[in-house]
Design a protein around this ligand. Structure first.
Ligand code: HEC
Length: 122
């Protein structure tokens, strides 16, 4: 009987501890919301391109004869579907960033929503 009580006490402690651990973990890693309201070319899209694409697609670099720097330049790749195609690694498109890690889901989502909203120069 005594052992049984000790075992169940240990079991309860284990449950409590794992409960606490779980709480702490949730505080440390909150689920990150992807905010896609009011997407802006200047504030949301250009920063992604600057970090992941301009190394090769600035006006000066122009790799593959593709310049994404400047709204007018970018718009032609929006309109022919290749901007979203390359970043989402859709079949038939050369996956971008070339040789690098795929953009974060949230970044792809932001580009998709911005395009869906009319790809404004905002
Ligand atoms: C390391 C250099 C490099 C990086 C970084 C890079 N690209 Fe490219 N990109 C290229 C090259 C080279 C081509 C020419 C086609 C090929 O080789 O696949 C190309 C082609 C393209 C094309 C034309 C594809 C087609 O099917 O005609 C688009 C659009 C494009 N890139 C968008 C992007 C975007 C958006 C990013 C950032 C998320 C990016 N690229 C990052 C090198 C790069």
């Amino acid at each position: 009987m005594k052992e049984l009580r000790i075992i169940s006490a240990l079991g309860i402690i284990a449950i409590l501890l794992s409960g606490c651990y779980y709480d702490v973990e949730e505080e440390l890693y909150p689920s990150i919301d992807c905010l896609t309201d009011n997407m802006s070319y200047a504030n949301d899209i250009v920063p992604i391109l600057t970090t992941d694409c301009y190394t090769c697609h600035s006006a000066a670099a122009n790799f593959g004869n593709v310049t994404l720097e400047g709204y007018g330049e970018l718009l032609q790749y929006v309109n022919d579907g290749s901007l979203l195609g390359v970043v989402s690694h859709a079949s038939g498109y050369s996956p971008m960033p070339k040789g690098g890690a795929k953009l974060l889901d949230c970044e792809i989502e932001k580009i998709a929503v911005w395009i869906d909203d009319g790809a404004l120069d905002n």
